[in-house]
Design a protein around this ligand. Structure first.
Ligand SMILES: Nc1ncnc2c1ncn2[C@@H]1O[C@H](COP(=O)(O)OP(=O)(O)OP(=O)(O)O)[C@@H](O)[C@H]1O
Length: 279
């Protein structure tokens, strides 16, 4: 559904994306994961035509950028990182505006708005101004807006940034439901838990480069599913093991208290870069 080959994006001497290649299949929920400045937002901005690539080839649903910009715009939905709703308008009016921009005929527009407000559990708030909404409600409305014209691909840039954990989980449920209906989803996140919960595959980016790509489980498996952690002065030492019994055997040989836990994407990132995905 999405093919990226050799994508490069430079800003006045700074390389934000340094030759990224990846393929995303129809129906996948794919995550771009990495710390601040890794190039995630820039990649999404190029794919959603908010900025032009310096080099590289991009195809979405068989259409090529930049030749088929208009056709691609018609089949993608975009939820940007920052709120860009019209706060003085009601939820319904915001969706109405978007429906008109996409030339949805009035009866279908109305039907679709009602359907989507109900999908994101805002049916009762359709007539309220957006400036009375919480962060989570605004984000849900932005998702509804992105879906109005029935896109084939949904781009979500940091969909839950700044939201509290409970609201985040609720949004994850929505995203999972969409994916269950066959939508292809590309999201960026620097929340490891988000990637582990939602994504069939992730690409880990660091300084504009792809440093690993696979399913979260396979990436963790590659390291060893179990981690033994033990204190070492100021620092924490750790070692990976494929089996719990081997991890327990090793922990028993240590003279200090050790913990055994499952490995996660954070461990993959630390192993590959020597750094953490800072929050
Ligand atoms: N418009 C711009 N002009 C100049 N430099 C930019 C611009 N946009 C991004 N960059 C730079 O490109 C690099 C990648 O930024 P990008 O926003 O894509 O990272 P990110 O992984 O999405 O991080 P974040 O989670 O902080 O948005 C950074 O070094 C950033 O400073």
């Amino acid at each position: 559904m999405i093919i990226i080959e050799g994508l490069v994006k430079r800003f006045a001497g700074r390389t934000a994306v340094a030759g990224l290649s990846l393929k995303i299949a129809k129906g996948e929920t794919f995550g771009l994961l990495g710390p601040n400045g890794a190039g995630k937002t820039t990649t999404i901005r190029v794919l959603t035509m908010l900025t032009r690539a310096t080099a590289g080839r991009i195809q979405i649903a068989g259409l090529t950028l930049p030749d088929s910009e208009r056709q691609i715009k018609a089949i993608i939905g975009v939820v940007p990182q920052f709120f860009n709703l019209d706060s003085d308008l009601t939820a319904w009016e915001n969706l109405e505006l978007h429906g008109r921009l996409h030339h949805l005929p009035a009866p279908e527009r109305r039907r679709r708005i009602a359907e989507l407000l109900s999908f994101v559990e805002l049916a009762e708030r359709g007539g309220d101004r957006v400036n009375t909404f919480s962060g989570g409600m605004k984000r849900r409305l932005m998702i509804a807006r992105a879906l109005l014209h029935r896109p084939q691909v949904l781009f979500l840039d940091e969909p839950t940034v700044g939201l509290d954990p409970q609201v985040r989980r609720r949004l994850w449920d929505f995203i999972r439901r969409l994916n269950g209906e066959g939508l292809t989803v590309l999201l960026t996140t620097h929340y490891i838990e988000e990637a582990e919960n939602l994504c069939s595959r992730v690409a880990i980016l660091d300084q504009g480069r792809l440093i690993a790509m696979d399913s979260p489980a396979a990436l963790c498996q590659g390291l060893g599913r179990f981690v033994v952690e033990w204190p070492d002065g100021e620092a924490t030492n750790f070692r990976f093991f494929p089996e719990r019994s081997a991890a327990a055997g090793f922990a028993a040989t240590l003279t200090v208290n050790a913990t055994i836990r499952l490995s996660g994407l954070e461990d993959v990132f630390v192993e590959l870069t020597g750094r953490k995905v800072a929050e």
